[in-house]
Design a protein around this ligand. Structure first.
Ligand code: PGA
Length: 240
């Protein structure tokens, strides 16, 4: 399987012009990649534009969220059917920045089910908070998040992203040796889905997560600059 590198642009950049430039930059780099699948998850508003630019490119598109109903009176929500219509293939669900705003495991479970029905590939984010880590509850938290999110879902076609909350956007990445222990725990419980690491990934540490066995990366801050291209090129050269 190709290594997967997902760019989570979050609420960036601030104009279509910048989104187009950033996408085209990544598209140029992606053209020469052999071993990496690049997925870009921009804000919803840029999806129509980027969907056109992604045609005949090696980049796949993802969304940063979606709703659990197909259509109807749900002001401000986005349907997985709308994403499908724009040729979006992936959807990030359960990101800690959304959980912080009130998204619960039950809501994530409903979103996962609907996304799967529409044949989107969910990227399910899980991760412990700093306090939970200090209390030695990491595995417990991850198991609970997965069990609740996957309730009633069998053999799902999805990816898991281990994103320790304390490592996101902090310049304090999870040391690969520690992430490796989490990966081993998750692989035992969930042997099938590819497992990505996310949280302050940069050009200096990107390779180390593949060295300990992760299948891919979820990159936030570093996906917004030329650094992303460097990460892609480096990872593409990994042998194995
Ligand atoms: P970061 O974000 O790379 O900026 O830490 C990762 C994420 O939130 O997915």
């Amino acid at each position: 399987m190709k290594k997967v590198i997902v760019a989570n642009w979050k609420m960036n950049p601030l104009s279509q012009k910048q989104a187009k430039d950033l996408f085209n930059f990544t598209k140029k780099v992606a053209k020469n990649l052999k071993n990496v699948q690049v997925v870009i998850c921009p804000p919803f508003l840029y999806l129509p534009l980027l969907s056109k630019l992604a045609k005949n490119s090696k980049i796949k598109l993802g969304a940063q969220n979606c709703f659990w109903e197909e259509k109807g009176a749900f002001t401000g929500e986005i349907s997985p059917a709308m994403l499908k219509d724009l040729k979006v293939k992936y959807v990030i669900l359960g990101h800690s920045e959304r959980r912080k705003l009130g998204e619960t495991d039950e809501m994530i479970n409903k979103k996962l089910k609907t996304a799967l029905q529409f044949k989107l590939t969910p990227i399910l984010c899980i991760g412990e908070k700093e306090k939970e880590k200090k209390e030695g509850k990491t595995f417990e938290v991850l198991e609970t998040q997965c069990t609740l999110a996957l309730n009633g879902i069998f053999q799902p076609n999805l990816m898991l992203a281990y994103e320790p909350v304390w490592a996101i956007g902090t310049q304090n990445p999870c040391p690969p040796e520690i992430a490796k222990k989490v990966l081993e725990f998750l692989k035992k419980k969930f042997p099938h889905p590819p497992i990505l690491y996310g949280g302050s990934v940069n050009v200096k540490n990107a390779i180390s997560y593949f060295n300990v066995g992760f299948d891919g990366l979820l990159v936030g801050g570093a996906s917004l600059s030329f650094e992303f291209g460097e990460i892609l090129k480096m990872v593409d050269k990994i042998k194995k």
